[in-house]
Design a protein around this ligand. Structure first.
Ligand code: SF4
Length: 348
């Protein structure tokens, strides 16, 4: 708990937001204060966080569309994942989809007003055949649609990252998922350091970075804070924050530890630590945020529209309606310019 009474926190959170908007980095103890704040303070916290979100993104929302181009069959053992070798979850398992199927998914992403089309494969890392497949399909997608393309292919070598960049891939997703300390409790077949090395290889190849994590895997508040600061350290442009959807048949099937207010505090902390980053309310938002989903968009500026990798999302129409009712607008493709990293208080 913060020690602030319910009557004074508004000022505290606004001071924090003003400091962030003046270019100061949030301190770890302040991030801890955010995560430990009481339920009574949520609206004040979100109001202050929204000043930061609004400064960089106004009232816009960016939509992401996921296509699982290869499902299941993964040799890794990530405890949260239904596609791992240790998962007994009943999911579709298939090898690489065909080019026409990917192009059809890109058409749907464009129709659904997405900014970004995410091509995902389940793997420790891609084979050369899989890299060549992605490199052949991306130019076709970009020729037909005004979509950014993000590739989520597992661990990458510097040479693979360079190939993806040359093919026109804008961004690579590779989540840190949790803190370095907590990582080995979640996965034993690769390390946190492996994940960082992939992000560094992508950065060196000139790719933008999409990397985030999962709340609710038994981590401490300090684990979440360490992850948020690690993402800041790497200047990650796009941060998906997932909320563990404990899928039957996975090692974490019985873990269900977070409340909707915890999710909101996590999003607010992520925004205040990474003020200019695109922050996305990712997998698990429907089940964990529930009726509080709209409040999440006062901290985050982005959501996935449609289904996740192996779980269903709510109908796109419900997302459009939520965005409209908030008075927010969707910006699509290249319209959705990246925010300039300028810090100065605005007058809104
Ligand atoms: S590497 Fe990716 S697909 Fe494989 S088990 Fe881990 S999260 Fe799932």
């Amino acid at each position: 708990m913060t020690g602030h009474s319910a009557t004074e926190p508004a000022l505290r959170w606004h001071q924090m937001a003003t400091s962030v908007l003046s270019g100061h980095s949030l301190k770890k103890e302040e991030a801890r204060e955010v995560l430990n704040s009481s339920d009574e303070e949520i609206l004040n916290l979100l109001a202050a966080t929204y000043r930061v979100r609004h400064h960089f993104f106004g009232n816009t929302v960016q939509l992401f569309f996921l296509m699982n181009a290869k499902s299941g069959l993964c040799p890794e053992d990530c405890g949260y994942c239904s596609q791992s070798k240790v998962s007994e979850a009943e999911i579709p398992r298939y090898n690489l989809l065909s080019v026409p199927k990917l192009l059809e998914a890109a058409r749907l992403a464009n129709e659904r007003q997405s900014k970004t089309f995410c091509i995902v494969i389940s793997a420790r890392g891609p084979s050369e055949k899989e890299i060549d497949f992605v490199c052949s399909v991306v130019p076709q997608i970009k020729e037909q649609y005004d979509l950014n393309v993000c590739a989520c292919l597992g661990l990458l070598t510097p040479a693979q990252a360079t190939k993806l960049a040359a093919a026109g891939v804008d961004k690579v997703n590779h989540n840190l998922n949790t803190s370095e300390r907590h990582y080995e409790e979640v996965c034993s077949t690769h390390t946190y350091a492996d994940r960082v090395a992939t992000l560094q290889a992508c950065r060196s190849a000139g790719l933008q970075l999409c990397s985030g994590g999962i709340m609710g895997m038994g981590e401490t508040t300090d684990d979440l804070i360490e992850m948020a600061f690690a993402l800041k350290e790497m200047d990650v442009e796009s941060i998906p924050l997932n909320f563990l959807n404990s899928i039957d048949g996975t090692p974490l099937e019985d873990v269900n530890e977070i409340s909707p207010r915890d999710c909101l505090r996590g999003l607010a902390m992520m925004r205040l630590v990474n003020p200019a980053a695109e922050i996305r309310i990712a997998g698990g938002r429907e089940i964990h945020l529930g009726s509080l989903q709209p409040l999440g968009l006062y901290a985050a500026n982005s959501i996935f529209v449609g289904d996740y990798l192996t779980t269903e999302g709510q109908l796109p129409e419900a997302d459009y309606q939520m965005i409209k009712e908030l008075g927010f607008v969707v910006t699509q493709g290249s319209e959705a310019a990246e925010p300039a990293p300028v810090f100065e208080e605005t007058t809104h």
